[in-house]
Write a new protein. Structure first.
Length: 138
């Protein structure tokens, strides 16, 4: 992290720290709750899969009509895997509807749509030169 000063619109300055674009993000959770750990981990995987499959907040309803079995399972149209983590099959669709896919979240909260304006770098999909790829949801 690096420190700096930010001038606010009111003429005052505040200290802040920026994160290195090389920072690797991992979900954090209590180690004594394996079901919650599974939900958190699979939510991250679902958000990455949504980005890989082109599913966004804006096109979610249309993508539910897709013939692609990966998209159909992801969105709960076809029997998926929510039952294995204690959720219904539409859980990932609700997450995407609420926050968008992984790329949308990054851009909004850390990237070009945020105050931080961090480059995606390794947070891009592997197909775009980054390190992000979804585990198969089969």
């Amino acid at each position: 992290m690096s420190g700096s000063r930010l001038r606010t619109g009111r003429g005052t300055t505040k200290s802040y720290r920026t994160l290195s674009p090389k920072t690797h993000w991992r979900p954090t959770y209590r180690l004594d709750d394996p079901q919650w750990a599974s939900i958190v981990n699979w939510t991250v995987e679902a958000l990455i899969q949504a980005e890989e499959s082109g599913v966004t907040q804006a096109n979610l309803a249309e993508m539910k009509k897709s013939d692609d079995p990966v998209i159909r399972r992801l969105l709960g149209v076809q029997r998926g895997y929510g039952q294995f983590i204690g959720l219904d099959d539409a859980w990932a669709a609700r997450v995407i509807e609420a926050v968008g896919n992984y790329g949308e979240m990054f851009e909004r909260d850390l990237g070009s749509g945020s105050v931080m304006k961090l480059p995606c770098g390794p947070n891009n999909l592997w197909t775009q030169g980054g390190l992000m790829y979804a585990l198969p949801m089969r």
